[in-house]
Ligand binder design. Sequence first.
Ligand SMILES: Nc1ncnc2c1ncn2[C@@H]1O[C@H](COP(=O)(O)OP(=O)(O)O)[C@@H](O)[C@H]1O
Ligand SMILES: [Mg+2]
Length: 285
Amino acid sequence: MVVAADQIRSLNRYEKTILLALEREMKRYSWVPLEQLKVATKLSESEINYRLSRLIGWGMVRFNPVPYDGYALVFGGYDTLALTTLTRKGTISAFGTLIGEGKESVVYDALGLGPVAIKFHRIGQRSFNSVRLNREYMPGEGHCPWLIASKKSAEREYLALKILHPAVSVPLPIDQNRHTVVMSLINGQNLNRCRLDEPGDVLDEILDNLQKAFGAGLIHADLSEYNILIEDGKCVIIDWPQWVETTHPNAQTILERDIDNILVYFWRKYRVTYDRTDAIRCVTG
Ligand SMILES: Nc1ncnc2c1ncn2[C@@H]1O[C@H](COP(=O)(O)OP(=O)(O)O)[C@@H](O)[C@H]1O
Ligand SMILES: [Mg+2]
C-alpha cells in the first residue's frame, strides 16, 4: 500500500535522512547494519532507534535481527521518497486515492497543474524470480533487485510515453522519479469494462495507433483490453514498460501477439471480424 499523504507531511527531517541513507546503502546491503546507518546519517543511536521505530510502524522500513540488526527500505519508504521529491519539485500538490491496481503497479490520482495519475511500479514485490522480466531489468549485481527493477520499469515507461506522445494516443508524460511515472489522468474506463456502440471504429483506431507506434519504432508487447482506456469514445493505450523496439529479434512475434489479443477480444465480445494478415499489414505499413 502506498503511504498516506499526511504521513509524508509529518515526516521529520531525520526520518527523511534515514530513508535517503537506506536508499543509498541498499546498493551494498540487503539489510543495512545499524552501525552503517549511524555513520551514514551522523545521528545518535537513540535518535536513529526512535526514528526507525516510527518508520517501521508506517510500513516504510523493515527490521531483521538475523544475523545482525539490519534495516531495509520497503516499497512504502520508496513511495514516500518519490512523493516527497515530486511534491518538492511542484509536480504534485495533493495526493488522491487509488484508481487502479495491476499486476505490477498501483495507480493513484493526484493534483498537479491539473489532474494527474501517478503510477508506482512494483516489480518483484512478492517473489522476484516469478515475475516476468526483461533481462536488462536484472542488475548484474546489487542487493536490491526490486528497487532497481521497479525504477528501470518506470524509466522505460516514461521514455515510451515521451517518444509516443502526442502522435500516438497515450497519456501525456509529465514527470518521472524513482519507480514512479506522473502522467495525465485519463477520464475513462478500461476497454474490458466498456460496452462500445461502434466497436469496429474503435478497433480501427487501435490498429491505427499501433501503426503510429510502430512507425516510431515501438511495439507495446503487453497489449490487451486491460491496457486500453476509453475516454470520450476514443482509445488511449496505457501500460508501456514492456515495449520492445521494432528491431528486436522477436519483434514480429511480439507484434502479432499484441494484434491477436485485440482481434480475439473484438471477435469474442462484438463479433467484429478483421482479417489477421490485413491487421498485421496495416500496423507494419
Ligand atoms: N493515466 C491513467 N489515467 C487513468 N487511469 C490509469 C492511468 N494509468 C493507469 N490507470 C489505471 O490503473 C490500472 C493499472 O495501470 P497499468 O498501467 O495498466 O499497470 P499494470 O502494469 O499494473 O497493469 C489501469 O488498468 C487503469 O485502470
Ligand atoms: Mg495494465
